[in-house]
Design a protein around this ligand. Structure first.
Ligand SMILES: [Zn+2]
Length: 65
């Protein structure tokens, strides 16, 4: 089981920000609030930034000696 916090998300239970995280178990993802214990069976619609698609890092190749 892993936890992944959702940056900028607002809890529908207590209206706090940055308290929601995805709790992934074997069956499904659950959105949970660490502040009030609010849970939602499906991930809420949040635009989660994916830096990997913005910048592609190409490793430098040095000549072998
Ligand atoms: Zn909450």
């Amino acid at each position: 089981m892993s936890r992944r916090f959702i940056a900028g998300a607002r809890c529908q239970g207590c209206a706090a920000e940055d308290t929601l995280f995805f709790e992934t178990d074997s069956a499904s993802d659950v959105v949970r609030c660490v502040d009030c214990g609010f849970t939602e069976a499906r991930p809420i619609t949040v635009a989660v930034a994916t830096p990997s698609e913005a910048v592609e890092i190409v490793p430098l190749k040095f000549p072998m000696t």
